[in-house]
Design a protein around this ligand. Structure first.
Ligand code: BG6
Length: 471
């Protein structure tokens, strides 16, 4: 994690502190930062609930315990002392006058908006009007727009009152340890760096599988669908870090420049290589419209038209109600020539490199070796690293992102140009979504997702951690 410096926030203001995200993620992240002595400013919660600060503190304690985080009273006591609370209506200018009185206009604040996206711009405009943004930063959660025009509009409204370096667009995948570590893994290791291009790599597969359905998020999800929910943001951000050129320096823009360049080299996705699925039973989820055509599964093909990756297809699939919860990026190398020293001049299988993002992050190198018992046969062998075992307990995504937001490290946040590029890339799929294929919950999605890979490597069974393989 980065160093504290001049830019460190003097106050964190969390809009929506009584909401779901705070309950599930934010309090735990703050608590963990407190435990690691990385918090050194007060925290002001803002929400519409008329509760006392004591009630907020109780909720925070309950929320942290509920996550299963080991609970140390002394640490929580320190965190609780930082908390204060202001209730009010975020669309009412009176709230911002009160805020200005409490905060003062020249404090360096981090405003963290854990709010519905339709409120991002109105809140920021109100903060601006009350003179609260001069030295502050604003973090916004996803979704950032629902297509290219809406993302542009939102950017324009934020940029009317904020500089780009004051805006932190949160994508929690960028806080996941193996994603944050990609830059290092790729460029600090010759063995990886030297084969990371079209000369050595034949294709790339990305899988994000979830073994649960939409459950209580029906009305949110039905208006969004898998492509907007996880592909345009999370998976394209991962792809950018996986495929970009090395940043030329340690600055925030050095990394974001390379990600933006990568996106700019990607042509718009082709609806002819796009498969949408919906699991059977989705239509019965509360909040889902009758006859909904929203996809809960997507598989698609992407291209990167630059010197490093031209001609290397990228296949991506993401879905709910699949057999496992696993997210991985899998790279297949080109094949070696036929082995003349073998009696049949055989060709060995391709090597595979797998970065597992969830669960139990790790890296696998899959090689082939000759089976000693049967001199004619090949066997896959695996060189595996589990990062938790080899690198220690990871920093959790929201802990990493909140800390980065507080110290003003923008490398872990998505920049305006990248967000707009990613909407451009998926735009044809939003415009021409095509038919929806039903699939059984607990299957790997519709058959058409297999056909998408015709002529290429088929989808592989993901690399699962030991614990999930035993049951
Ligand atoms: C969210 C999506 O952004 O990411 C969810 O809205 C998805 O639908 C979630 O389940 C996955 O995140 P994680 O960290 O659990 O893999």
């Amino acid at each position: 994690m980065g160093e504290r410096g001049e830019a460190t926030s003097e106050l964190v203001v969390i809009f929506g502190i009584t909401g779901d995200l705070a309950r599930k993620m934010t309090f735990r992240a703050l608590y963990r930062l407190e435990r690691r002595k990385l918090l050194d400013c007060p925290i002001l919660g803002v929400a519409s609930d008329d509760i006392t600060v004591e009630e907020l503190i109780d909720r925070a304690g309950e929320a942290i315990r509920h996550t299963g985080e080991p609970f140390d009273e002394a640490v929580f006591h320190r965190l609780a002392k930082r908390l204060s609370y202001l209730h009010g209506d975020v669309t009412d200018t009176a709230l911002y006058d009160q805020l200005a009185e409490r905060v003062g206009t020249d404090r360096r604040c981090l405003y963290y908006l854990e709010m519905p996206p339709s409120l991002f711009a109105p809140i920021v405009e109100n903060l601006g009007r009350a003179g609260l943004l001069q030295r502050s930063r604003v973090a916004v959660e996803k979704p950032f727009g629902h297509d290219l025009p809406s993302a542009r509009d939102l950017n324009a409204r934020l940029r009317a009152v904020l500089r780009e370096d004051q805006i932190l667009r949160v994508d929690h995948f960028l806080g996941k340890q193996p994603v944050a570590d990609l830059e290092y893994l790729r460029f600090a290791n010759t063995t990886l760096a030297e084969l990371w291009d079209r000369h050595s790599v034949a294709e790339i597969h990305i899988t994000m599988a979830e073994n649960f359905g939409v459950e209580e998020r029906g009305s949110f999800y039905d208006a969004v669908g898998a492509l907007r929910d996880v592909v345009q943001n999370h998976l394209l951000q991962v792809l950018a870090l996986f495929a970009m050129e090395p940043p030329v320096g340690p600055g925030d823009d050095d990394l974001n420049d390379k990600k933006a360049e990568l996106f700019r080299a990607m042509p718009p996705a082709d609806p002819a290589h796009y498969v949408r699925g919906q699991y059977r039973g989705y239509a019965d989820v509360p909040g889902v419209a009758a006859g909904s055509q929203t996809e809960t599964f997507v598989a698609l093909r992407l291209q990167i038209e630059n010197w490093r990756w031209a001609g290397v297809p990228i296949f991506l699939r993401a879905g709910k109600a699949l057999p496992e919860r696993v997210t991985e990026v899998r790279l297949f190398t080109r094949r070696v020539p036929a082995l003349a020293f073998m009696p049949q001049r055989e060709r060995a299988q391709r090597n595979q490199i797998v970065l597992r993002i969830d669960p139990d992050p790790g890296l696998r190198l899959q090689l082939v070796a000759q089976d000693d018992q049967d001199g004619q046969a090949w066997r896959d062998i695996h060189l595996d690293s589990s990062f938790a075992r080899d690198l220690g307990e990871p920093i959790r995504p929201y802990e990493r992102l909140l800390h980065a937001a507080m110290i003003g490290d923008r490398r872990l946040f998505a920049r305006e140009d990248s967000i707009e590029e990613t909407w451009r890339i998926v735009a044809p799929l939003l415009d021409q979504p095509g038919e929806i294929h039903r699939y059984e919950p607990g299957s790997w999605g519709p058959e058409a997702a297999q056909e998408l890979l015709h002529g290429h490597r088929s989808w592989q069974k993901p690399w699962l951690p030991e614990s999930s393989r035993s049951h």
